[in-house]
Design a binder for this molecule. Structure first.
Ligand SMILES: [Cu+2]
Length: 149
């Protein structure tokens, strides 16, 4: 290999490595009939661009088994949020009045469908809860934790 080729190789390596370090975090989460997310723990870096794709693999009708993915801010009361969600069936069980307590959320996803949301991870390290607000799902354990570290 010539010196020139070595230099080119080194420059290509230098330009690619920062891109690799900045790669977005991307997660695919599946919901079915068992009222659990397939991933109950996600880990991301502070300020990182995060993409979550929620896939509903249930074969039941949407009125019986739909799912969403709602990421709450640190310190938000998940029980109170879920209670408010139950009073918002016309808005796909997403309580607009409490939108300021969320970081990101998908829409309500019917069986066989998916929805994807992209957001910026919080700068503050810590654990952030995510929940499904379809009636009864959070109470049954459809929840998880996104750790920023
Ligand atoms: Cu659900």
């Amino acid at each position: 290999m010539s010196l020139r080729a070595l230099l080119v190789a080194a420059l290509v390596g230098l330009s690619l490595s920062p891109l690799a370090a900045q790669a977005d975090a991307s997660f695919k989460i599946i919901g079915q009939n068992d009222l659990r997310y397939s991933k109950e723990h996600l880990r991301v870096a502070p300020g990182e661009s995060v993409t979550v794709k929620l896939v509903n693999k249930s074969h039941l009708p949407a009125s019986a088994m739909a799912h969403n993915w709602v990421l709450l801010k640190h310190g938000a009361d998940a029980d109170a949020f879920d209670n408010a969600a139950q009073n918002a069936p016309a808005n796909d069980y997403f309580p607009k009045a409490r939108a300021d307590q969320t970081i990101a959320h998908t829409g309500m996803v019917a069986g066989g469908k998916s929805d994807t949301v992209t957001f910026t991870a919080p700068d503050k390290p810590g654990d952030y809860s995510y929940i499904c607000t379809f009636p009864g799902h959070f109470a049954a354990g459809m929840k998880g934790v996104l750790t920023v570290k």
